[in-house]
Design a protein around this ligand. Structure first.
Ligand code: ZN
Length: 290
C-alpha cells in the first residue's frame, strides 16, 4: 500500500483504533505503515504524524517503539524536504539577482507591491471627484457611519457604496455647490438616518428603496406620527378631569428626573390587553404613555 487514499484510510482506522483502545489493531496499522512508502506529500495531506506522534507516549511499549520509529523516519523526510526547498529558494534568488538588470528588478518589486495596494486604489478610484473633495469626503464618511450595519437587519447593499451614492445625489442636487444648501440637506438627512426612533428609514435606504430626496418625506412621516401620538394623549387627557388623576411618586419623569407625576389609565386597545397609563409630570409638564 502506498497511495494517498490508502494511507488516508489507514489513518482513519488508526484514529478509530486509538480511540477504542484497540491495541492489537493499533499495532497492526503501525506495522503496515512502517512497510508503506510514505512521502512528504502524504504526510502533509494526511496529518498522519499527529496521530502517530501521540502514540509515542502510549502505555503499550510495542506501540511506543513502533510509533517512535515511524516519527523519527518521517522527521528525516521532513528535514530533507525543508532543506531541499530552502536550497531551491536561495538558488532561485541568486538566479534572479544575476539575471535581472536594475530596471527589471525594479519592475518585479513593483509587481510584488501591487496586490497589497489594490484595495486602496479601488477605494480612491470611486471616491468623489470634483468640487470640494474635502467636504464631500467628510459627508460620505458621516453617511457611511450613519448607515453602519446593525444587528437587526441584513443589508443587501454595502454602507460605503450607499453613502457614496447618496453623497453623489446631494452633490448633483445642488449643482456641485457644497456650501449652505448641500450642508443643510446633509445635516437633516444625517440626523434622520441616525434617529433611533426611525430605524426603518436607515433600513430602507440600505435596501436601495429610498434616495436622498424621498428620505425627507419619510422622515416627516415619522414627525407626523409623533405629533399624532401627542394629540391622542391630549384628547384622552381632556376626557379625564384633573380630579380623576392620581398623584404619585411611583413614576420618574424621563425629562427632569423628578417623581412628581399624575397619571390616569384608559383602555385604548382591545379589552383583553392591559390598560394604557398616561403620565404627566407636574414639575416640567412632560407627558408619556406606558
Ligand atoms: Zn418632569
Amino acid at each position: 500500500m502506498s497511495t494517498l487514499e490508502e494511507i488516508k484510510t489507514s489513518k482513519k482506522n488508526l484514529d478509530k483504533a486509538i480511540e477504542s483502545n484497540n491495541n492489537e489493531s493499533t499495532l497492526q496499522i503501525l506495522q503496515n505503515l512502517s512497510q508503506a512508502k510514505i512521502t512528504l506529500e502524504i504526510l502533509k495531506s494526511t496529518k498522519l504524524g499527529k496521530s502517530v506522534g501521540k502514540l509515542r507516549k502510549h502505555s503499550n511499549s510495542e506501540i511506543q517503539k513502533l510509533s517512535e520509529g515511524l516519527v523519527n523516519a518521517w522527521k528525516k523526510l521532513l528535514d530533507a524536504g525543508a532543506s531541499t526547498k530552502k536550497e531551491d529558494d536561495s538558488k532561485k534568488r541568486r538566479n534572479d539577482e544575476e539575471q535581472s538588470s536594475p530596471s527589471t528588478a525594479k519592475k518585479t518589486k513593483k509587481e510584488e507591491e501591487k496586490p497589497k495596494a489594490e484595495p486602496k486604489v479601488v477605494k480612491q478610484a470611486s471616491r468623489p471627484t470634483g468640487g470640494n473633495t474635502q467636504i464631500r469626503d467628510k459627508t460620505r464618511e458621516m453617511l457611511e457611519s450613519a448607515l453602519a450595519p446593525t444587528d437587526q437587519v441584513t443589508d443587501t447593499l454595502s454602507a460605503p457604496q450607499v453613502a457614496m451614492d447618496i453623497e453623489h445625489e446631494l452633490y448633483t442636487m445642488f449643482n456641485g455647490n457644497t456650501e449652505k444648501d448641500y450642508k443643510a440637506k446633509f445635516r437633516s438627512l444625517h440626523f434622520n438616518l441616525k434617529n433611533p426612533k426611525n430605524p426603518a428609514l436607515r433600513n430602507s435606504v440600505m435596501k436601495g428603496e429610498l434616495t436622498a430626496d424621498n428620505t425627507q418625506d419619510m422622515a416627516s412621516e415619522e414627525t407626523k406620527r409623533e405629533r399624532k401620538e401627542i394629540e391622542e394623549w391630549q384628547q384622552k387627557a381632556a376626557q379625564v378631569s384633573q380630579g380623576n388623576r392620581t398623584s404619585t411618586n411611583m413614576f420618574k419623569c424621563g425629562k427632569c428626573g423628578k417623581r412628581e407625576t399624575t397619571y390616569f389609565q384608559l383602555q385604548t386597545r382591545s379589552s383583553d390587553e392591559p390598560m394604557t397609563t398616561f403620565h404627566e409630570c407636574t414639575n416640567c409638564g412632560n407627558r408619556w404613555k406606558s
